[in-house]
Design a protein around this ligand. Sequence first.
Ligand code: B3K
Ligand code: ZN
Length: 851
Amino acid sequence: MKEIFLKDYIEPNYLIPNVELYINILEKEAVVTSMLTIVKNCSGDTPLVLDGKELKLHSVLLDGKEIFDFDYSDDKLTIKNLPNKAVLTTTVSIDPYNNKSMEGFYKSGNILCTQNEAEGFRRVTFFSDRPDVMSKYTITVEGDKKVFPKLLSNGNLVESTPIGENRLRNKWEDPFAKPCYLVAIVAGDLESITDSFTTKSGRVIDLEIYTDPGQSNKAYHAMESLKKSMKWDEDTFGLEYDLDLYMVVAVDSFNAGAMENKGLNIFNSAYVLADPKTATDSDFEGVEGVIAHEYFHNWTGNRVTCRDWFQLTLKEGLTVFRDQEFSSDKTDRTVKRISDVSILRSHQYPEDKGPNSHPIKPESYFTIDNFYTATVYEKGAEVIRMIFTLLGKEKFRAGMDLYFKRHTGEAVTTEDFVSAMEDASGFDLTQFKRWYSQAGTPVISVDSSYNNGEFTLKVKQEIPKTSYNCPREPLFFPFPIGLYDKDGRDLTPEAGKNLIISKEYEEFTFKTENRVIPSLAQGFSAPIEVRYNYSTDELITLLTADKDKFNKFDAARRLTMISIDTIIGDIRTNRECSIDKRIIESYKKLLTDPTLEKRYLATLLYIPEVKDIALTMEEYDFKLANRARNIYLKQLATELKSNLFRLFEDNLAIDAVAERSIKNSALSILSFLGDDIAEIAQKQFALAENMTDYMAAFMSLQKCSDTVRIEANKSFKEKWKDNFLVMNKWFITQAIRDDETVLDDIKKLSLDELFDNTNPNRIRSLFGAFAGRNSAHFHSEDGQGYKFIADKIIDIDSYNSHVSSSLASAFQPYKYLGEKQAKLMKEQLIRISQKEGISTGLNEIILKTLK
Ligand code: B3K
Ligand code: ZN
């Protein structure tokens, strides 16, 4: 394994301004001929070194003449003594039909498609596979026209020629230079829907969404989302689409969610296909968000790209920020913010405490594939959001304008981005930049005192030590606060709204008549953990009165965590458990408060995941966390039973997102009463006309007695067995069931005819959901959960290292486990590490975990 360091970056020795690619798809292989215009970019006689993986080399030609003086070994093609400029032609064979890695050119169902980010293009042809080598591409694809009536690539279709009776040849030209990770090729029998978008300058863009035959009627929501995204990017950032055609292709086998290839996005079908019968409200939002994300990459990623892969957050953090803003504008800003922060807290925070902790801009990696993380994406987006907050909307926009003015068509660094922000705004971001190089979730411990009409906040920031070795200097971030008296009156002074923290310790004093309650880091102003010793009464006041809707939610979250923590203490000391009556009373008030928007109220009915609870323990005890959570939710359901039932019934009549959201949140808490909800859940399950209600009822029925549950499982499977995406939901539901027999069931299901261990969505639905979301049973005391997942990781790694490595992140909690669990996990980690031929990606994760 070779570690790659940012500090070793050097410019490419050769540039490749032009590429002509010819892909001839045959029955058993594809023959790829590439003509690269090579231009020397260094002095001396440095050889040209191209990347190539699993390529069967036929010939190498230099300026049209075959040469033999080259070396092809260790995935590198090395050619010496090149002139300053030459055309290098290579011809290779590749086998898309048996490429199970889902990188490079591969087969998904009946469609052939590519995935080239980060380093997949080397599986297509010999190339300098790095993002700072940018080329103009002409791509010709040829294939049997009955099998592959559609032959697509980036840019514009410039020629379509029948070859004899049976074959078709399409030539595509992309006028914009791009890195090879954005190249896309698709061949298949595809159905499409089409539409168009007129840009602000009056250009008409053709929009096409391709699916498997029979599926395109589920692509209309994606199409609407695309048009909304195009309009939003013009209105918000002045960014107009630059080609005449925008295509999206949906495939069932895809390692990631989607890919932003220039002019030809390739999507996991889960993020394209949606209709009310088969997709939940949250699936609809997922489609809208991912369509927007990939579209926004056209500017943040494609037209301005990354110099090297250490800069990944340059495009990903920024694009996530942009898609979050888009979705906030299109849905409910607060609800969206709460959902984004919840994802950050339950994915990125544990990652930062675990073996693969890294700053948003890491300084070294073994495999870049392991850095498409919650840190680079979600924390990266928070870093951009902080710049947005510090500069304000107008100056941030000026910074974006300057960034595009300076760098369109270039491959740049995060420093270039920050410089544009600084230069356009005059804001000094020198200290702020530490966010790019320091790992760990800063812990902000706040204390307060009250003396003679002065309320003082004492703020201490601590950057935790993580598994990643880096400086731990004080960070610079916005920290807006509010102040409330005990009756909930808002006493926030103007100065509180713009507080900034920059030192290890700071004090802020405010004149107030009495002691006040602080509402801290409003709107989740920074990716930090705020600690303040709130009393239950203070939190209830914030829950009732805080005008900052995020912190009002956070008060509910804190109260829930306090209740569960108390129950954990009660279990440990064998005391009877009960939720504080004051909390129950305040919930009762909330549930009948007509001023609260329904979707927002649903977020206040906060249900933490088992791992969110375990994360707060010094030594993670998932079983105890699960037990305490179940006790809490059952009591909450018992105490609020009549209110929740009323809420459920009151929202039956209107069939809209908000009503479904609050109704099903009520049902979900009530389901902890088991068979008490069987009747209403069965009724909803039988009559539901949309997947949101159907799934909510189905999930609730899982908590009922075995006969009720098994009946629901059967009926679901019978109804949806032919729908690949809906069945993923069924597999997830089985995998996350809270029952001792769950692992045995999963073992049986892995042999089910509907299960396919080469399909990433299926693997994630069954094994991923068990390891990642069923913590209580994955961490079972007999170690069988660890063993089972280790077996799967080893098996999957032999063909798809992407999926095996991401499954291995389930072992993240290793060093926080009690001795007995840690020993059991260690056995499996060692077993994986000793397996011969394991992939570099998996090896990197396992070795870091064991360290
Ligand atoms: N850029 C792709 C992710 C590719 C994953 C490579 N292992 C999707 C996205 O972030 O938009
Ligand atoms: Zn992205």
